[in-house]
Design a protein around this ligand. Structure first.
Ligand code: FMN
Length: 357
């Protein structure tokens, strides 16, 4: 039998991923002042021992005001570099690669982490003033954003670039710009969250302007030999919102900006979204981008559960990489189990392989 694609290597610029399994970014709400600690080392490190080809950190804020919650990871000051460097070292020693998801939450910032509360964190409990494309909030329980000035926009672009430079020092292999799930860059993309009348709102060209500026700034701060990912929501699942046609059009432009992989998710922009979720429900979005913009690789994500499903996505040519979130929380050694199921050699660390497993 031919070797499964899931366990075939993938070259991305100077990197070689040993397999196509990717740990999807997942907020853990466990940092203090944005600084990684033993939790993050253990949590992310376990996926290296489990054999993942690439591990992507949770949304890592490029500025304090860009945090979803007070407990988010960050890369807005140099003190945040070394603890992340311990994690990238550990991951590299055990044969995986690690990317950082650079993020700004915009109008969805300053909210409680899920098990601590709902909606806006009040100032006396560490909440802060948030910014957005306009003055509209996400939901009545969320903070009211200040519409961003041109200075705010310039600062956000510079913050993404500065965080990318810190990520290089911290030893990350890949960077992913978070432009999905209703956070700041997605807010600018969607007509449902962006009612600006200046050059950052209105037409498609205007709504994608901030994302393109961020991509350019990060691409020039990020080494040419390392790959750049962008995560988008392919659709808002709402009338009049961002949709798959616009995603394809954006993808065809991103490939000229030095983006290597489009990580194709969906939703999160509006409470008016109506989603029918089910196994592989976002895979057709990745497939459409890959078919129409063949020069850009795609990563599929969302309710991909079994090794056979993951392998099928690659065999169909729907995507080049398969990201899993919750399945990795349930089983950090998912790639080892998948390899055995598909008849490939499990990607075991030496310490486990020598135990005659
Ligand atoms: N997606 C992001 O882009 N950034 C995040 O920080 C992030 N945090 C998440 C935290 C948790 C606990 C979960 C379950 C999901 C999160 N997501 C985040 C979405 C996942 O990356 C993934 O797209 C989603 O869970 C669907 O994949 P799955 O069905 O394999 O879990």
């Amino acid at each position: 039998a031919p070797a499964p694609l899931l366990f075939s290597p993938l070259k991305l610029r100077s990197l070689t991923l040993k397999n196509r399994t990717v740990v999807s970014p997942m907020c853990m709400y466990s940092a203090q002042n944005g600084v990684a600690n033993d939790f993050h080392l253990t949590h992310l490190g376990q996926f290296a021992l489990g054999g993942a080809g690439l591990i992507v950190t949770e949304a890592t804020a490029v500025s304090p005001e860009g945090r979803i919650s007070p407990e988010d990871l960050g890369l807005w000051t140099d003190e945040q570099i070394v603890p992340l460097g311990h994690i990238t070292d550990f991951v590299h020693r055990h044969g995986s690669l690690i990317g950082v998801q650079l993020a700004h939450a915009g109008r969805k910032a300053s909210t409680y982490s899920p098990w601590r509360g709902r909606g806006a964190v009040p100032a006396e409990l560490g909440g802060w003033e948030v910014i957005g494309p306009d003055g509209e909030r996400f939901h009545e329980t969320y903070p009211v954003p200040a519409p961003m000035s041109h200075d705010d926009i310039r600062r956000v672009v510079a913050d993404f670039a500065a965080a990318a430079r810190r990520a290089v020092v911290a030893g990350f292999d890949a960077a992913e710009i978070h432009a999905a799930h209703g956070y700041l860059l997605h807010q600018f993309l969607s007509p449902l969250a962006n009612t600006r009348t200046d050059e950052y709102g209105g037409s498609f060209e205007n709504r994608i302007r901030l994302l393109l500026e961020v991509v350019r700034a990060v691409r020039s701060a990020w080494p040419m030999h390392l790959p750049l990912f962008v995560r988008v929501s392919a659709t808002d699942w709402a009338e009049g919102g961002w949709d798959l046609d616009q995603t394809v059009q954006l993808a065809s432009l991103l490939r000229f900006e030095g983006v290597d992989v489009l990580d194709v998710s969906s939703g999160g922009l509006t409470t008016a979204q109506r989603i029918t979720v089910g196994p592989l429900y976002q895979v057709p979005f990745a497939a459409r981008v890959r078919a129409e913009v063949p020069e850009l690789l795609t990563m599929a994500v969302g309710m991909i559960e079994t090794p056979e499903q993951a392998e099928g996505i690659l065999q169909n040519g729907d995507a080049d990489l398969v990201a899993l979130g919750r399945p990795f929380l349930r089983d950090p050694h998912w790639p080892q189990r998948a390899a055995r199921t598909l008849g490939a050699t499990p990607p075991l660390p030496d310490m486990y392989a020598r135990a005659g497993w």
